[in-house]
Design a binder for this molecule. Structure first.
Ligand code: HEC
Ligand code: HEC
Ligand code: HEC
Ligand code: HEC
Ligand code: HEC
Ligand code: HEC
Ligand code: HEC
Ligand code: HEC
Ligand code: HEC
Length: 407
């Protein structure tokens, strides 16, 4: 009987839910209480971890002196420089992590050590980001949780916490405009307004943990992981060797890195033309820019003209759906011509433009023919109306003549 009671007591002492740290700290106020309330929304709490799993100490003892004693391994508040090692105790241990999530990566700390942040921290500079600056401390959530600070829509603000803070960044003499610029970009618009989570945020280009994403030799090369076609053309273009020789970067030379805006033909020739920054108007490059702009604008206006005449025909009730459908092909050639600008060679642009012009011309003719048919139909109607009127007038004359003949 005594034996059974002892067993019961032992079991009670090890109840998986027991966390004296949480119980006591929940009843405190201010900085001592805040961790306790935050902790209950964390992924660590959900997996049954306790305060002691990070801070040490004995979560089974309600006596603060015993619970928070060095003898039980209590380490107090870890210094910032010790944080990655603290998290890595579990997150870099594949055997341990596999028990919870067999597909979870265990390279966060190894990657972090290669980043600018990790390298600075290793030298004792605690102003850089450590694990808790990006993930939170007590309320750490799964990365895919929309409330997590690393969720794509929240991440830019998480980085901006330091990178847009001029005072914090002052010792490093790097710009602090990345966040403001990024908020203007087509990428943020795609992410925030259209909810396209595949549009890049800061970490997509800079890496989650490492200084650079794996398998690209520089941050700038990351553009091509999504814009594959433009990169392929660029790599074969005269700019590839020329820009490499100047160590100028690639896409960012013309599109910038953070304030990447929606493009237009104005980039080729117009108020914000980029080509003119390096090429005189009568150099080979300058001529290519002007010709490409002219070709693309020509195709665009021919497509618009065909659209207009087809619309006129359609609203007059003439069947032109086939030609309207074919306009999609003309438009696709326009899209192709704009992408082909990245070959920086005129044939690459003129080929789709010529194909598009041929289609737009055919469709314009279809519109013209439809309108002509409409006029013929109208003429036909008028002729038969006139014939009816003449017949009616004739009949009336005959009736009158018959009438007067009788009297
Ligand atoms: C019965 C109440 C009680 C229990 C149980 C308790 N604490 Fe505390 N804890 C306190 C009080 C009071 C303080 C502030 C005074 C102090 O530092 O001793 C504190 C301070 C702390 C601090 C801040 C220490 C510092 O150096 O600033 C941490 C971290 C902490 N507790 C973690 C824990 C952990 C982990 C456990 C469980 C293993 C735990 N506490 C159990 C009451 C408790
Ligand atoms: C995932 C690891 C982890 C867990 C679990 C954890 N903490 Fe912490 N805690 C930290 C780290 C890291 C810091 C230091 C944060 C910093 O440098 O600002 C900290 C700081 C603290 C502080 C000092 C806060 C301050 O503002 O000075 C207290 C008190 C504390 N924790 C209590 C707790 C309690 C109570 C629990 C359980 C309810 C808990 N912690 C669970 C990692 C953890
Ligand atoms: C500069 C910000 C930043 C720092 C510092 C950082 N992380 Fe992350 N972490 C991220 C981002 C961003 C993700 C991915 C979010 C996503 O998948 O959308 C992530 C994902 C994770 C994940 C989910 C699994 C995975 O790898 O995708 C874990 C676990 C994790 N981080 C742990 C850590 C640990 C441990 C540290 C410290 C050694 C750390 N992180 C440092 C930003 C950071
Ligand atoms: C006692 C072991 C342990 C410690 C210490 C620990 N973690 Fe965890 N953590 C886990 C486990 C287990 C999971 C759940 C794994 C899962 O669901 O994928 C987890 C989940 C996470 C997740 C969510 C992963 C995802 O799938 O999105 C993040 C982020 C995270 N931890 C960050 C941290 C950070 C930052 C620290 C240090 C402050 C830390 N952890 C300390 C064990 C630990
Ligand atoms: C806690 C503050 C803090 C947070 C949060 C933070 N950083 Fe940093 N970061 C720094 C500091 C400080 C440096 C060092 C600057 C230097 O050496 O030029 C740095 C360096 C960098 C660098 C290298 C800059 C260079 O000199 O080439 C990049 C890139 C960077 N951070 C990106 C990010 C991204 C992306 C995020 C969010 C996922 C982020 N940082 C979050 C503080 C932070
Ligand atoms: C579309 C990709 C992309 C996105 C998104 C992006 N960056 Fe960058 N970032 C770059 C490139 C490219 C560079 C230039 C790096 C080089 O030349 O090696 C750069 C440079 C930096 C630098 C170094 C200092 C500087 O301004 O040159 C920091 C810090 C930085 N980015 C932070 C951020 C932060 C914070 C965010 C989110 C608000 C962000 N970046 C979003 C691509 C990106
Ligand atoms: C993670 C994928 C991804 C990465 C990396 C990426 N982009 Fe984008 N980009 C997109 C998406 C999605 C859009 C919006 C949809 C569209 O217009 O194609 C976009 C739009 C654009 C546009 C506007 C296109 C238009 O129609 O006017 C330009 C220019 C651009 N990106 C250039 C870049 C440059 C330069 C880089 C590298 C510094 C880069 N992108 C990195 C996914 C990406
Ligand atoms: C940052 C400077 C820079 C910008 C901006 C730039 N180029 Fe170039 N371009 C060069 C350099 C350098 C070369 C190789 C040397 C040369 O032939 O002039 C080159 C070569 C060329 C060539 C091949 C010239 C030849 O002689 O065969 C063409 C065509 C060209 N560029 C078109 C363009 C177009 C179109 C734009 C705008 C969309 C543009 N470039 C923007 C620097 C630039
Ligand atoms: C020399 C300048 C220059 C460089 C370098 C450059 N672009 Fe462009 N880009 C342009 C111009 C000009 C346009 C606008 C064409 C138009 O609409 O007439 C454009 C348009 C775009 C568009 C929208 C049209 C489309 O292709 O769908 C995207 C996306 C794009 N660029 C991505 C990139 C990427 C990715 C790189 C690097 C591989 C890059 N650009 C390199 C000048 C450049």
């Amino acid at each position: 009987m005594k034996y059974a009671l002892l067993l019961l007591l032992l079991a009670a002492a090890r109840l998986p839910g027991k966390d004296s740290c949480l119980e006591c700290h929940s009843q405190m106020t201010g900085d001592l209480q805040a961790p306790a309330s935050a902790f209950q929304s964390s992924v660590h709490f959900q997996h049954g971890f306790t305060c002691a799993d990070c801070h040490g100490g004995d979560p089974n003892s309600d006596d603060p002196d015993a619970s928070m004693s060095k003898a039980h391994g209590f380490a107090g508040v870890p210094p910032r420089t010790a944080v990655p090692k603290l998290c890595a105790r579990c997150h870099s241990n594949p055997n341990f992590m596999r028990k919870y999530n067999p597909s979870e990566r265990v390279d966060q700390n190894a990657e972090y050590a290669t980043s600018v942040h990790g390298q600075h921290l290793a030298k004792g500079d605690a102003a850089v980001a450590t694990c808790i600056d990006c993930h939170g401390i007590h309320d750490i959530r799964a990365a895919r949780d929309p409330l997590s600070p690393v969720y794509p829509l929240n991440l830019p603000k998480t980085c901006a916490h330091c990178h847009a803070d001029a005072a914090h960044m002052a010792p490093y003499k790097i710009p602090t405009n990345q966040y403001a610029d990024y908020l203007k970009s087509v990428h943020w618009e795609e992410l925030s307004k259209r909810g396209d989570l595949s549009a890049p945020n800061c970490a997509t280009c800079h890496g989650n943990h490492g200084a650079k994403p794996p398998a690209v030799s520089s941050v700038a090369a990351v553009c091509g992981t999504c814009h594959v076609f433009e990169e392929q053309l660029f790599d074969k273009s005269p700019h590839q060797p020329a820009f490499a020789a100047m160590s100028a970067g690639t896409c960012v030379v013309c599109h910038s890195n953070h304030a990447i805006l929606k493009t237009s033909d104005q980039l080729l020739g117009g108020k914000n033309a980029v080509c003119g920054e390096c090429h005189d108007p009568d150099s080979a490059g300058g001529k290519t820019a002007a010709q490409a702009a002219g070709l693309i604008q020509d195709l665009q206006s021919r497509i618009a003209a065909a659209d207009a005449i087809l619309e006129q025909a359609r609203t007059s009730g003439i069947e032109v759906s086939e030609a309207i459908l074919r306009q999609t092909d003309a438009r696709q050639n326009l899209v192709k011509a704009r992408a082909n600008v990245h070959a920086f060679a005129i044939q690459a642009v003129s080929q789709p433009v010529q194909a598009g012009l041929a289609i737009a011309a055919e469709d314009y003719r279809a519109g013209e023919a439809a309108l002509k048919e409409k006029n013929i139909r109208r003429m036909g109607l008028a002729t038969s109306l006139a014939a009816i009127l003449v017949t009616m007038a004739g009949l009336w004359l005959i009736i009158r003549w018959l009438h007067s003949a009788r009297t």
